[in-house]
Write a protein that binds this ligand. Structure first.
Ligand SMILES: Nc1nc2c([nH]c(=O)n2[C@@H]2O[C@H](COP(=O)(O)OP(=O)(O)OP(=O)(O)O)[C@@H](O)[C@H]2O)c(=O)[nH]1
Length: 156
């Protein structure tokens, strides 16, 4: 262990379950805007949220999608795990694919949602979602251009 490690306790990860909802008819993906009052309000992201005490990723995702969008998901298929270090939190994102759900979409937190093809037309996109856009692009034989999304970030 280095002196740095002793001086600065490791930041604790915030575990987050995130759903990539894929529409069967055309492969469109669901993206939603972060509600007012949260960090990065107005940024577009994949729906999901933090795990609560004792919850599995699938349980948290199921709960969050009811709370945010009013839909009940079928199976959450674990896909990948990423980490992102934001000024407000060090997050570990558990990405799941979801291809089945029931219920009508309702924006229960005053957010917006959009079914999108790649590259996304909505902006700005939360940087923590870039890796997923890259994997989805690769799966579809498309080029992922991070610069396209970075250019749409608000200027400081
Ligand atoms: N839902 C979601 N969160 C993401 C994505 N990418 C990403 O970095 N994150 C980060 O993961 C964390 C998720 O927290 P959240 O604020 O959405 O969770 P929550 O609904 O449980 O929030 P709250 O209980 O604090 O209101 C945030 O730090 C957010 O910046 C994404 O694509 N979707």
């Amino acid at each position: 262990m280095t002196v740095d490690n002793l001086a600065q306790p490791a930041r604790k990860h915030t575990e987050v379950a995130v759903g990539v909802l894929l529409r069967e008819s055309d492969g469109a993906l669901l993206i939603s805007s972060r509600p007012a009052g949260k960090p990065y309000a107005g940024y577009w992201e994949f729906p999901g949220g933090k795990l609560e005490e004792g919850e599995s990723v699938e349980q948290a995702l199921r709960r969050e999608l009811v709370e945010e969008l009013g839909v009940s998901i079928g199976q959450a298929i674990p896909w990948k795990v990423t980490e992102h270090d934001y000024p407000h939190a060090l997050v570990r994102l558990h990405w799941c694919k979801v291809t089945a759900w029931s219920g009508e979409f309702e924006m229960r937190e005053g957010q917006q949602m959009a079914w999108q093809q790649l590259p996304l037309e909505v902006h700005p996109v939360l940087p923590g979602a870039y890796p997923v856009l890259q994997w989805l692009s690769e799966e579809r034989g498309l080029v992922f251009d991070q610069g396209y999304y970075e250019a749409q970030q608000p200027k400081p």
